[in-house]
Design a binder for this molecule. Structure first.
Ligand SMILES: O=C[C@H](O)[C@H](O)COP(=O)(O)O
Ligand SMILES: C=C(OP(=O)(O)O)C(=O)O
Length: 444
């Protein structure tokens, strides 16, 4: 793969791209981005591919999660720590309670662009461009803020760099040390039912660690955590500007994140996003909604993983709780019969969104759980591996999804509804989900 054929996507239709009003400003921002250092190293992407290959073989479980849309003003130590803490707690639950190695991937350090159902938004008779993520325009409903501004692509790079820097510091500098399992459970979550359940599990982990310590075993793996970044590769100009030739191999890598995925709205086989993804060596995810046909899934494999390399391709199914049991079996059966071995994970969020009577976009925790259950049932019936979950979550105590052990009611939604786009699980709902998924995994 050479840099010269990276641009082939530009002759194809590209859905969901911003309409930048000033082409010269765009060119200048992209030229600057092209000169910036990579955010991740190609060798790390290869390492993640190897970890995902273990998931594809049924030897590990993928936990992918984070914000629906990261925001520039969310780049603070507290926000980043809380998100990471949530993922570390979920991973501890899954590893200990389901006895499976967990590959940890954040929707983090690059998740700044959103595909939208409509290109405009109307309020009180005023129509403006829709908010497409902080990489494109502002959330505030004013003409100035909603005007796409390519300078934001540079801010996205810097916000991703600061986030990743802190994540690397936390995960290798002692914060993610397994002996900190209790410390991750301080603050508001501690007294929730999930927090209390977690505390009991953390005590067991402590005991196991003390026992191993007494036996003279203190593996380095307990002190640091391998953690990877991922985001939707949506704004192709940005992703292209962040793609580099790997000096070791001469191959192209999108160095804006370790893993990138193509969304449900941009996975058309003859469109630009799949063409772009086919050119880079990163692990690639593709969202598969309920309308996905067997032919589409097989062609995606042909386009993105022609060598059938385990770990290269992850199918992220997001069918909806009411559809997963009907739509997933045929896809899974035919893809497996074709000899391909993608990783299959379940996004139980995007097929289960609805508008509550209060006007908030929300999701029911029970629907989220039911979709994961359906996903596990289908895999169990076909003898394939339910490889992981992909969740929109936050470490903060928000009220965006209804239900969970520390129940959020529809009437509570207005209290701390902070998302810029879709509703996320809060920390205790995320922990609830991890415990329930661990139970499902144990029963396989
Ligand atoms: O996260 C997914 C999509 O970007 C989101 O669901 C689109 O939301 P919309 O239907 O409000 O545009
Ligand atoms: C837009 C998203 O999901 P989907 O493409 O599945 O709708 C997302 O995960 O942010």
């Amino acid at each position: 793969m050479t840099a010269s054929n990276l641009h082939t996507w530009q002759s194809l239709p590209a859905a969901q791209q911003p309409e930048w009003p000033d082409p010269e400003a765009l060119r200048s921002a992209l030229a600057e981005l092209t000169s910036y250092p990579p955010l991740v190293f190609a060798g790390e992407c290869d390492q993640l591919r190897a970890r995902l290959a273990a998931v594809a073989r049924g030897e590990a479980f993928l936990l992918q999660g984070g914000d629906c849309a990261e925001a520039f003003d969310g780049v603070s130590a507290d926000h980043i720590r809380n998100k990471l803490k949530t993922l570390l707690q979920m991973a501890a639950v899954l590893t200990y309670a389901a006895s499976v190695p967990v590959v940890k991937v954040g929707r983090i350090a690059g998740q700044y662009s959103k595909p939208r159902s409509k290109s405009t938004e109307t309020r009180d008779g005023v129509t403006l461009p829709v908010y497409r993520g902080d990489s494109v325009n502002g959330f505030e409903f004013t003409p100035e803020s909603r005007r796409p501004d390519p300078e934001r692509l540079k801010r996205m790079y810097h916000a991703s760099a600061s986030t990743l820097n802190l994540v690397r510091a936390f995960t290798t500098g002692g914060y993610a040390d397994l002996r900190q399992v209790h410390a991750w459970n301080q603050d508001f979550v501690r007294n929730s039912p999930a927090g209390q359940r977690y505390e009991r599990l953390a005590k067991e982990i402590d005991k196991a660690l003390s026992f191993m310590n007494a036996c003279g075993v203190a593996p380095e793996e307990f002190k640091t955590v391998e953690f990877y970044s991922s985001h939707e590769a949506l704004v192709l100009d940005y992703e292209t500007a962040m793609t580099r030739v790997d000096s070791r191999t001469g191959e192209l890598y999108d160095v804006s994140g370790h893993m990138v995925w193509i969304g449900e709205r941009t996975r058309q086989l003859d469109h630009a996003h799949i063409e772009f993804a086919s050119k880079v060596r990163n692990p690639i995810g593709v969202k598969l909604g309920p309308t996905t046909t067997v032919d589409e899934a097989l062609t995606l494999i042909e386009r993105l993983d022609p060598d059938r390399e385990p770990g290269r391709l992850t199918f992220i199914t997001r069918m909806g709780a009411g559809k997963v049991r009907d739509h997933l079996p045929l896809l899974l059966e035919k893809v497996t019969a074709s000899g391909a071995q993608p990783v299959w994970i379940c996004d139980p969020m995007h097929g289960n969104t609805f508008e509550a009577e209060t006007g908030h976009k929300t999701r029911r925790f029970d629907d989220v759980l039911d979709e994961v259950k359906g996903f596990f049932e289908v895999h169990r019936a076909l003898g394939t591996h339910p490889g992981g979950i992909h969740v929109e979550l936050t470490g903060d105590d928000v009220t965006e999804c209804v239900g969970g052990g520390d129940e959020v009611l529809v009437d509570d939604l207005h209290q701390r509804y902070e998302t810029a786009c879709d509703p996320r699980l809060n920390r205790s709902q995320s922990l609830d989900l991890a415990f329930l998924v661990a139970e499902m995994y144990r029963e396989l």
